[in-house]
Design a binder for this molecule. Structure first.
Ligand SMILES: Cc1cc2nc3c(=O)[nH]c(=O)nc-3n(C[C@H](O)[C@H](O)[C@H](O)COP(=O)(O)O)c2cc1C
Length: 246
């Protein structure tokens, strides 16, 4: 199999890191790979903030609700929706930017941020590093905006821990691929049975890891999706000028 495909098919998150630092050269190559990401209309409305400072990483770990791997991994990268960058060009062209006030703007930025995150993830793993994406930074976006000194029209959407993995974890199983790939038209007939099977399979995975706190997938997703789990996103995004009301 092609080695890039093999790497991608072996994706896993790492939440335990050694103290070995990530070299500046390795980091530069990873950032360069993500910088080359495509973006909708070539807007390039994504930027990243690299955080190496342990005190600042410890603060981000708190902001994300106490995720120790953020403090432990030597590098944390925050992926920023950066409509402040595009504003400079839009104003140069003699217009007032309004895209950041729309659902379309948020959707475009979320897709482009996801591409950057995906490329950061793949590049990190291609360097032999471990990584884990961190959406938990949206728990308290204002605190992160203050820490990173983010201006209006920007928002910290997602982050990523990166470093040398301390332990090699088994791959986490997924819902059956029939719930992912549809042919020609959407067909959910396999979903309910696939959820039953997966709930059993993931419990076996937790047992294999000795994790007595592991939950079936349906309970885990239910616990989170039953409510608005990061309610600060909308008001803080609005305060940043990302109104999402058009
Ligand atoms: C956008 C995104 C945000 C995530 N946020 C967190 C997070 O805040 N904390 C965490 O420990 N894992 C986080 N994860 C990792 C997921 O929990 C993980 O990808 C999922 O359980 C599947 O496990 P695997 O990556 O090992 O295959 C996030 C993943 C993604 C894609």
């Amino acid at each position: 199999m092609n080695e890039t495909i093999e790497l991608m098919q072996a994706h896993k998150s790492t939440r335990s890191y050694t103290e070995q630092p990530v070299s500046e050269q390795m980091l530069n190559e990873i950032i360069h790979a993500a910088w080359r990401s495509p973006s909708s209309i070539n807007a390039q409305e994504i930027s990243v903030v690299v955080v190496r400072d342990p005190v600042r990483r410890a603060r981000i770990s708190e902001i994300a609700g106490g995720q120790p791997w953020i403090a432990q991994a030597p590098v944390f990268i925050v992926v920023i929706v950066d409509f402040n960058k595009t504003r400079i060009g839009v104003e140069k062209a003699g217009y007032t930017q309004t895209i950041q006030e729309s659902m379309e703007g948020f959707g475009v930025a979320a897709v482009d941020a996801g591409i950057v995150l995906g490329n950061l993830m793949t590049a990190a793993r291609a360097q032999g590093l471990g990584m884990v994406p961190i959406g938990g930074i949206r728990r308290d976006p204002q605190a992160l905006i203050d820490l990173l000194e983010l201006p209006p029209f920007t928002f910290p959407l997602v982050g990523m821990c990166m470093g040398h993995a301390a332990v090699d974890m088994p791959l986490k199983p997924r819902l059956d691929i029939s719930t992912f790939r549809h042919n020609e038209r959407y067909n959910a007939t396999s979903y309910a049975a696939a959820v039953d099977t997966y709930d059993e399979e993931i419990m076996k995975y937790w047992q294999q890891l000795g994790r007595s706190d592991g939950l079936p997938w349906s309970t885990n997703v239910g616990n989170v999706f039953k409510s608005l789990y990061f309610p600060e996103v909308r008001p803080v995004a609005a305060k940043q000028g990302l109104l999402n009301d058009k």
